[in-house]
Every structure is written in structure tokens, then in C-alpha cells.
Design a protein around this ligand. Structure first.
Ligand code: ADP
Length: 240
């Protein structure tokens, strides 16, 4: 089971010819089977942090370790954590409109990610069942609701049985019932042993779940609280 460790991670973006850190000097350890909410206002650095952990982008400073192995996106063999161990759902939907749900999932199911007992079709069937859409395979994304499409993306992310699931605003723009269903589902996936790292604005749900809550402010960790609530911050230590 992997442990994720970030050491002095900084990522800059170019803004009007100046380098601005999107996340700055982040130090973080996420233990196996942890459930972590990443919160903070828009622009606080949540997506950047998640993309770094998912090895979608590389840091400008610092190191990230997955199970004690350092990420290095330039060297393919070390991209293995992403291929094999991490399921990532980005903020924007990436379902292909002209492909059915099964065809969309097949691209991921066929990825060569080591020895798998089950055939791609079986894994797709199981993943769709898991997210409560057993019959969605033959439909096109446009025939599904927004909430159902997000479920399909969740199914795609868990297809290859990742040990870490990274979800960026999975529940944005969804109604309360759908959000609740998704949170329930993600809790279940976590309960079965998958580490979950989830950026969200769903304050009420974060408060009910009482999981670890990391709060980012202007790219820095402002709070990191076990069994936390939305907006919890670490108590400042008095100066010695
Ligand atoms: P959040 O997910 O909390 O809304 P982001 O990680 O998306 O925050 O963004 C953090 C900061 O980095 C913002 O100021 C944003 O404008 C900047 N940023 C993020 N991605 C890019 C990018 N690809 N190019 C330029 N700036 C970016």
C-alpha cells in the first residue's frame, strides 16, 4: 500500500511575465487508506496540488514520493505510479462525445498496467455496477445526466483498481442528492482500502464526513486537521 510524501513542493505559473507560485513549499504525508479533503477558495492551489500528486504536472521545486519512489515524469519507468497506482478525475469532463461509455472506458481498461486476471469487459462491467450504472455502457455521454457522467468518470478512474484515487471537484454543479450519493460511493471505495484525496467546496458534506481536512490559502497549507471540518485551521504555535 503506497504512502505519498511531498517534500518542499513549489509549482510556479507565468503570470504577466512574472513567476507566481500556485503552490508553495508544501510538505505533506498521506498515509495508505487515508481520506483527505483538500479545501480552500478558488485559486488557492487545490487543482495544482492534486495534479502534482497525480503526476499530471511536475513540480519546479521539491520532491514527491509514491511508496518511497520519487516521481520523475521525464523517465517513463517512474511514471508507473500514475499508470498503475493512481486513478485521477480532473475538474473537466474528459469523456469522448462520439464514443459510447463502454468505448470510453475500454481505452483505459486496455492500458497495459501489468498482469490482470479479469478481461477489460469484465472490469468495465464491475466498475459501472460499482458506481450504480450497470446499464450505461451502450449509451453516449450526451444521453446521460451530468451526475451520471461524473459517475462514469469515477468508474473509469477505479477500473484498474488504483490504490490512490484523486478527485478534483467531482461534485461541482450537482444537486444535493447526487452529491450525497457520490460521497457515499467514495466512502465505500475508501472503506475497501483505497486512499482518497478529494478537492471540494461541498462544505456541508465535508462537515458530516469528519475526515482529514487540508486547507490551502494562496498556495500554502493553512490547516491540516484530522476529523476536521471545512475551514478548520491549525492552531498557530506561540513563538518561543
Ligand atoms: P484552485 O484549484 O484552488 O482553484 P488552482 O490550482 O487551479 O487553484 O490555481 C492556483 C493558481 O495557479 C491560480 O492563481 C491560477 O490562476 C494559477 N494557475 C493554475 N493553473 C495554471 C496554468 N495552467 N497556467 C497559469 N496559471 C495557472
Amino acid at each position: 500500500m503506497p504512502r505519498i510524501q511531498l517534500e518542499n513542493i513549489t509549482k510556479y505559473y507565468n503570470h504577466e511575465k512574472r513567476l507566481i507560485p500556485a503552490v508553495k513549499d508544501i510538505n505533506l504525508v498521506i498515509e495508505p487508506r487515508d481520506f483527505v479533503f483538500v479545501t480552500g477558495s478558488s485559486g488557492a492551489g487545490k487543482s495544482t496540488l492534486l495534479q502534482l500528486i497525480a503526476s499530471e504536472i511536475t513540480p519546479d521545486e521539491g520532491k514527491i514520493y509514491f511508496d518511497h519512489i520519487e516521481y520523475n515524469a521525464k523517465r517513463t519507468f517512474l511514471r508507473k505510479p500514475k499508470k498503475d497506482g493512481i486513478g485521477y478525475v480532473s475538474q473537466l469532463s474528459h469523456l469522448m462525445r462520439k464514443r459510447t461509455i463502454t468505448e470510453n472506458l475500454m481505452m483505459v481498461a486496455r492500458m497495459k498496467t501489468g498482469f490482470r486476471k479479469e478481461r477489460p469487459h469484465e472490469r468495465i462491467e464491475k466498475a459501472l455496477k460499482m458506481v450504480g450504472l450497470p446499464d450505461a455502457g451502450r449509451f453516449y455521454p450526451v444521453e446521460l445526466s451530468q451526475g451520471e457522467c461524473r459517475r462514469v468518470e469515477l468508474a473509469r478512474a477505479i477500473l484498474n483498481r488504483p490504490s490512490v484515487l484523486i478527485l478534483d471537484e467531482l461534485t461541482a454543479n450537482l444537486d444535493e442528492d447526487t452529491i450525497w450519493d457520490l460521497f457515499h460511493l467514495i466512502s465505500e471505495i475508501n472503506r475497501m482500502g483505497t486512499t482518497v484525496i478529494m478537492a471540494t467546496h461541498a462544505k456541508n458534506f465535508v462537515n458530516i464526513m469528519r475526515k482529514r481536512v487540508i486547507t490551502l490559502v494562496a498556495g500554502e497549507i493553512f490547516g491540516d486537521v484530522q476529523k476536521g471540518r471545512y475551514g478548520d485551521v491549525v492552531k498557530q504555535q506561540p513563538p518561543l
